[in-house]
Design a binder for this molecule. Structure first.
Ligand SMILES: [Zn+2]
Length: 462
């Protein structure tokens, strides 16, 4: 495996002095160099180090003229520190926090066509672990801040960039740690998280630009049925496995009521533009709050639409019995719920107990649900996103979305900062390779992402 350190002088040479207006090409070249540097540092929790990547970035920012006090490599442990830099503005408005993570999911050389920790350029793509998730996005933010600095742009507010550890796993979560230990360093009016949302390419065409404004809340419960048991040659009608199976059968038939929130309604209204005509009509009704039960039922057949409209709870694990020849004394199921933001876990549990309708099957929470309030759809921010999207790709629907899974935005939303997930990196909807083999991005998509990030951050801080 080759390990290449991108020489700093190459990047220094890419920053012309005096630097009033770098050409787009120079900017793209710098972006490629920074992406290469990030990809070629292994930042997996098991065998890598986010600290190494953070230290390299710190050197770049100090060399570019950032005050040493504004460039921080912080966190517990030796190998998994976070990178935080503050780009000072006039202070006319509260800062904006720009967020990505530095760590990546494990990748084995033997599984990949190319070395996952070498940036490989092939057929118009950049291959490497983290190109999609999310070193591509991190490189865009880094490159843009360095460009703004080189052009001596003074934003109307501080821009804080935090590139964190532990998003994909590991001993701790970097965002959680920063909130608990360095709150003032990342305190912001709102957050832009490049690890969510973003542009979609469908059959070679740019179709939508998603902005993640909410995420569902994770909450698991355990269902347990118990019984005195006995010899299997003398079965009885009461049986722990049968009780649990019957309870799960009732759960399988149950749906929580559809309660599309503001973000979901906006999503259906906008996404209708790209949907088939019959589906689009139902989507528009949900968007307008006029959907009847039949329209909701039709949309609910699509798992994504179903999950967007309601809280879901589904059986995910099962265990029971202790011997082939014994009546089961215990049967257990794990039920994983994804609650709409703001839903009370106790109320969801109460509903489940009603659905199970068997006092012999006990429900216990398996975790403490962490709330993640939906972020308000700020008109000013969405207008800015619209304008920047238009300047790079022409008119495209900018669509607010609610993530059905959970992201790092959870910690910040929970701490009171609205979070908007968006990235200028367009990805083909049938080429999502995050966490997978031969992860890649289109080089043109990366370059356009750089152009978008530059345009967006300038508009945002004018
Ligand atoms: Zn990610």
């Amino acid at each position: 495996m080759s390990k290449r350190v991108w020489p700093l002088f190459v990047v220094a040479a890419a920053l012309p002095l005096p630097a009033q207006q770098q050409s787009a090409t120079t900017f793209h070249q710098l972006g490629h160099a920074i992406l290469r540097e990030l990809i070629e540092v292994n930042t997996t929790a098991a065998s890598g180090s986010t600290t190494t990547a953070a230290e390299q970035l710190a050197t770049r920012f100090r060399d570019a003229g950032f005050a040493a006090a504004d460039v921080e490599v912080v966190g517990p442990g030796v190998k998994n520190r976070n990178f935080v830099v503050r780009y000072r503005g006039t202070g006319a408005h509260k800062p904006v926090l720009l967020l990505a993570h530095l760590d990546v999911v494990e990748a084995k050389r033997a599984d990949w066509t190319y070395d996952p920790f070498v940036l490989t350029e092939r057929d118009g793509y950049f291959y490497g672990r983290g190109t999609q998730d999310v070193k591509g996005g991190a490189a865009m933010l880094v490159t843009t801040l360095l460009r703004l600095k080189a052009e001596k742009v003074v934003p109307d507010r501080d821009l804080i960039l935090a590139l964190t550890a532990g998003e994909e796993g590991g001993p701790y979560n970097g965002v959680d740690w920063l909130i608990k230990n360095k709150r003032s360093a990342i305190d912001a009016e709102y957050v832009i998280n490049v690890d969510a949302g973003g542009g979609e390419i469908d059959k070679g065409k740019h179709t939508l630009f998603d902005v993640q404004a909410a995420e569902k809340v994770f909450h698991s419960v355990t269902l347990t049925a118990t019984n005195p048991g006995g010899h299997s040659s003398l079965p009885r009608k009461d049986n722990a496995i049968y009780s649990l199976a019957a309870a799960l059968g009732r759960l399988a038939k149950f749906d929580f009521p559809a309660k599309p929130n503001e973000v979901v309604k906006a999503y259906f209204s906008k996404a209708a533009a790209a949907a088939a005509p019959d589906v689009a009509a139902d989507m528009r009704k949900v968007g307008a709050g006029t959907a009847d039960a039949a329209a909701i039922a039709r949309l609910s057949k699509t798992p994504l639409y179903n999950s967007l409209m309601r809280t879901t709870c589904v059986a995910t694990m099962l265990e029971g019995g202790h011997a082939q020849n014994a009546l089961p004394q215990t049967a257990k199921a794990t039920v994983n719920c994804r609650m709409l933001p703001g839903e009370d876990p106790a109320a969801v549990e109460k509903t489940l107990i009603g659905v199970i309708a068997d006092t012999a099957v006990h429900l216990t929470p398996a975790d403490t649900a962490v709330q993640s309030p939906a972020s308000p759809l700020r008109a000013d921010l969405f207008a800015t996103i619209d304008a920047s999207v238009k300047s790079v790709w022409g008119p495209l629907p900018v669509v607010p979305i609610m993530e059905t899974g959970a992201t790092d935005g959870l910690y910040l939303r929970n701490a009171g900062a609205p979070v908007y997930g968006l990235t200028g990196l367009f990805i083909a909807i049938d080429d999502i390779r995050a966490h997978g083999k031969d992860e890649r991005i289109l080089i043109t998509a990366f370059d356009q992402g750089l152009d978008f990030t530059y345009d967006f951050l300038k508009r945002l801080t004018k």
